[in-house]
Every structure is written in structure tokens, then in C-alpha cells.
Design a protein around this ligand. Sequence first.
Ligand code: NAD
Length: 485
Amino acid sequence: MLDIQNFIDGAFTHALDGESIDDYNPATAQRIATIPRSKFADVELAVTAAQSAQSTWSALTFEQRAQWLDRIADALEEKTEDIARTESMDTGKPIELARRVDAARSVSNFRFFASFGRQQTEMTFEMEDAMNYVHRTPVGTVGLITPWNLPLYLLTWKVAPALLMGNTIIAKPSEITPLTANLLAETLLELELPNGVFNLVHGLGPEVGQALLEHPKVKAISFTGGTETGRIVARTAAPMFKKLSLELGGKNATIILKDADLDNAVDGAVRAAFSNSGQVCLCGSRIFIDSSIAEQFTQRFVEKVNAIQIGDPMDERTTMGSVISPEHLLKVESYIDLAIEEGGTVLTGGTREMTGFNGPQGVGAFLRPTVVENLPHTSRCATEEIFGPMVTLHSFTTETEALEMVNSSEYGLAGSVWTTDLERGRMFSEKMDTGIVWVNTWLHRDLRTPFGGVKNSGVGREGGQWSLDFFSEMTNVCIKNPDSN
Ligand code: NAD
């Protein structure tokens, strides 16, 4: 049992009122840690620490801060195995996935922003009689609020550019998955990052998260989480004129056009649907298939889904672990019941038994990957974000019809299109109302590209230049040429 503490002003400390919350391993149902149940007073301490560290941190040169990012990346890389095991234990995801995705990406987030930052050149705009340049300053103390599905991956995606641009940080990770944020804090302490530059407060969203949103000295909020929470974040922070970045929910489409390479499309659609037990905001949970190949695709898709090894997350051969919690398991199961009520046919899954390797059968929050067909694309199961191992299949006869179905969603985060005709893939992608489209691939990321959604999937973009812009203020300095008077 770990006794996790807040990290404020370079020191670990319990919540001021001593209250705590339990943290569980969803694959074993075991209590693995307690974390502080922080409140406004704890945020106040963190803000004071961050504010007093601000001038020292922002006085470093850009290159010095980039070197810090490299140092953090190296230190995290050395802890790859520790990160992977901790993340797997806290989320129930397979150790192999945690190592390959969560740990690796946490390292590359720091390395990427260090190197991308170094390539920046000053923006200048020449006029006939004057020159303009853009001077960047840090926003100040920023609040970073993150979800449970990719805990360290998504936190470091914000921490790296925020540090690079000279800000001080108060991070609030999900109360369900606090452990790797703690590991990051331990790493920063070992590296002797100046006190107060990075602060971590644990606790419940409506308590400590809300306190962070409301604190007048927190100048920007970068939030990743659900759409409903995003509404609360916007409602609280927008009237205070805080900078806001909102990365919210998704209900992404996978579109299989009639000329798709079926091997690739089936592999890609399964990966898009069920990676991390379907708990990635980018997961393709609605699959639209050209009716001329629907039968063939569906048969192969279900075969491939049945080959997923669901079992003990610590077993290297496991390809799907548990979902995040028993409560979430019940939520996903309620959608399976609803699918049946709505007239859907469950082609595979829908039950709790494991098909893979040893695991704590009957204890953990395991659910077999579930495939449902025969539901209208307007049904609740095909329109609401379920965020679990469940997909719905729909067929279409024309691409116009497919586009209408895809774009009828209130979400617009991502999607993938599968076709051997790349021009057709481009045409289709450009008509989709989403922030990201992959053609013949899924979650293939270049960290320089804009990441984010439209409609109810969010406001703003992260990645490359967009992250640097969010975490800095820009002053246009216009200097008139004295000779031109
Ligand atoms: P959530 O919205 O419940 O929680 C996200 C974070 O917000 C947590 O740290 C939580 O404690 C905090 N929070 C909750 N209420 C708050 C409040 N009133 N004020 C401040 N903070 C508050 O989301 P979740 O269940 O942790 O994560 C799943 C959701 O995240 C899904 O909808 C998924 O699509 C989304 N997500 C989006 C992206 C993206 O990049 N667009 C990435 C990953 C996850």
C-alpha cells in the first residue's frame, strides 16, 4: 500500500486537513494506495509556491529550459519499467502496452518539445518603415487537469511545453490513476528541479479540480477529460478570462470503403476499436462499412476480435486488460443491455470471462471486447461516448450516405478511412467534421501536428506550435525606422 502525497514547493505533503481517498487496481480489485483528498487550502499553498518560483524559472534561457526537458526525458527513460508496471497496476492495462505506449510516449513528449523548441525562430514582419517581432513571455502559473486513460502520457504532453515556455505548474491528475504523476514528481525531486516550478495536488475533480479552476492566480487551464466536465471547466474559467484548452470526448468513426485492403482494414479497425480496452479518446467505436463488403469484413473483424487475449495485465502475452473500474464496467455493460433493447445483435463479447492468460477471474473489471450490429447509426449506443470495449457496425451504400452518417455525431475528434485509392481517401477525409483523420492507419502521430477536436470534442489544439502558443503570451513589438520620418 502506497501512501501518496501532494508535491508542493519541492516537498511531499499530505492534504492539510489529513483527508484521503483510496486508489484501487481494477484488475485485482485490491486497494493499492491512498492519496490526499486536497481542497482549496492545498491549492492555495501550491499557487503560492508556483508564484514564488515563477521569476526564477522564467529567467532561465530557452536553451536552459530545453536542457531540463532533456534531463527529465533521460530520467524517465531509465524508469521505463517502473512507469509501465505502475501504470499497468493503476489502470489494468497490459504491461506490454504500458511500456510501448505510455512509458515511451511520456519520454518522447519531453524529448520532442526540447528539440522542437530549439528549432523555433523569432517571428518577424517587415514593413516599409518599421519592423515587427513577436516577443513571447510565459502565461504564469498554469493548471493542468488530466484523465485516467493515459495518465502519464497525457500529463507529460502538457507539462513539457508548459515548462519549456517558462510557466510554473499545478497538476491535478485523475483521482483514479494518481500513481505515475507521483512518479514524475519523485523524478523531478531527484533531478532537483527548482522548488515550486512543478506542483502536484491530488483529489476529487469537483473539490481540488474546481479549486484550481477558480483560483484567480492560475492564468491558464489545460484540461483533458470528458465533455460534461469540459462544460464545467469552461463555465468556471471563461468568465475569469483564463486561457483555456479543452480536449474532450469522442465518438470516432472508422470508415471502410469498398476498395479497402481488407487485411489492413480489419487489423486497423480492431486496433482502433479495442486498444486500451477501447479507452482512448481516439478509439473508433462506430464502424461504417460499404455494404458490398460488409459481410466479408464483419466475419473477419469478429474473428480477429475473438483472438484478443484478455487476461492478467502483468502477463506479457495479454493484449487486453481490464477496464478502469467496476463502476465503469457497469456503465459499459448497461450500454450492451441498451443495445439489445434497441434491437441490436451482439456478434461477440458482452460477457466478463477471460479468453487469455491467468488472471484474477471474477474479481477484476474485465469485459470481453463486444461487437454489435443492426443498430441505427442514430441509436444511443452509436451516438453516445461509451469509452469502453464496445463497437457498433453499420453499413452504407454510397459514400454520400456514409459521410452523412459519420458527420451526424455531436462529437468531432478523430476518424480513420480505409481505401486503396488515396485520392478518394483524401476527398473523404476533408469532408469529415473532425480534428484528425487517418487514411489507412490509426493513431499514427507526428507530434508537430495539431491535435484536438471540433464540435463537442473540444476547443483549441495541442501539439507542436499550438502547445507553445497556448503556454505563452505574445507581444507584438513594432519598431519604427527612425530614418523613415
Ligand atoms: P473526467 O472529465 O471525469 O475527468 C477528467 C479530469 O477532470 C480528472 O482529473 C477529474 O478529477 C477532473 N474533474 C472532474 N470534475 C472536475 C471539476 N468540476 N473541476 C475541475 N476538474 C474536474 O474524465 P475521465 O473520466 O477522467 O476521462 C475520460 C474522458 O476523457 C473521456 O470522455 C475521453 O474521451 C476524454 N479524453 C479526451 C482526450 C482528448 O485528447 N480529447 C484524451 C483522453 C481522454
